[in-house]
Design a protein around this ligand. Sequence first.
Ligand code: FAD
Length: 364
Amino acid sequence: MKFKYVVVGAGLSGLTIAERIANELDEEVLIIEKRPHIGGNIYDSYKEGILIQNYGPHIFHTKDKEVYEYLSQFTEWHEYVHRVLSYVDGKLVPMPICIDTLNKLYDLDLDEESMKEYIANVKEDIGEIKSSEDVVLKNAGRDIYEKLFKNYTEKQWGTSAANLDSSVISRIPFRFNHDTRYFEDKYQGMPKEGYTKMCENMIKNNKIHIILNTDYKEVIDDIEYEKLIYTGPIDYFYDNKFGKLLYRSLKFVTETHDLYSYQEVAVVNYPNDHDFTRITEFKKLTGQEYPNKTIIMKEYPGFDDEPCYPYPTEEYKNKFKQYKKLMDKENDVIFIGRLAEYKYYNMDLVVKSALNAFKNKIKE
Ligand code: FAD
């Protein structure tokens, strides 16, 4: 077989770059995917008539007009603004923290000014921020840390927030207003017919060829190509030369309930109860109507199931740096996506980085 371009992985990064190669350069491109489906982790499918996201809840949100307009060529959007509640002390309180969180949690009647005073009284005087624990103690104090963050982080990562890079929690905003939205981005929503349909639309070009159910190493020696675009795990690409990179994984367990509605919002976090971190009710994300039946998903963190989050400690960051030195020397391989770059990437950044790689490394 001979293809100028070969893409490993049919996730959002692989599909974006393949779409550009076929539609803008009018070139043939082969995608090799080891799973039985396209879409990577954003894959969704119907279960008992209800659209579910097989690898956990994915909400599209971005500030980036280019990314929004790019994906809007392949889908219409169901208008959805993400709101999350956290189950603490028998109450459901909004996350991220805002005035309403504290009012509900502590039966208070704070406004913007009095919330600032409240926080000023409880926050801890931490000098240099070294960990995720420090971030919360410095911004919100110990009680809020213990009720909302400590156990959730421990469940999610299998270690204390004191051992985790500050970046893990600093992504979560603290708001001195009544904004209960999870994301503040201008563009947010869900693909009207689902992510899989959007992905199918991206590759509707007969110059794009796909082989599913195939690890690229089984076939790559039989293919002649000029450029390889690699979106799989970077340690695997280099045969684990510097050791395996660690991922925190999730086991996704779905349940069908004979109810119209299971919970108040699409996602409820359980920081202090149960072994799972959160419950997602898919109908509330997608807006799908279905009488007297709903499907929920519980997420159980661990190390053995679906690799989800690069492990945010110095040890693994340093290990990745060793791989990065080799990656920088490759002339015929372009590395993009969450697994190749060993980076937690939201969907919009995955698309952005694939579009940039196309512009700067392929089209140039
Ligand atoms: P992937 O989707 O992982 O695609 C890589 C593909 O490569 C996979 O299909 C894999 O099977 C294939 N592959 C791997 N190895 C090989 C091989 N050897 N041979 C052939 N194929 C191979 N982002 C948001 O913007 N909003 C959200 O709400 C959100 N929620 C998330 C929730 C969870 C639980 C997780 C884990 C992530 C979430 N994300 C979210 C991030 C989002 O999933 C990623 O940005 C996106 O899926 C990454 O796309 P990708 O193509 O880089 O990787």
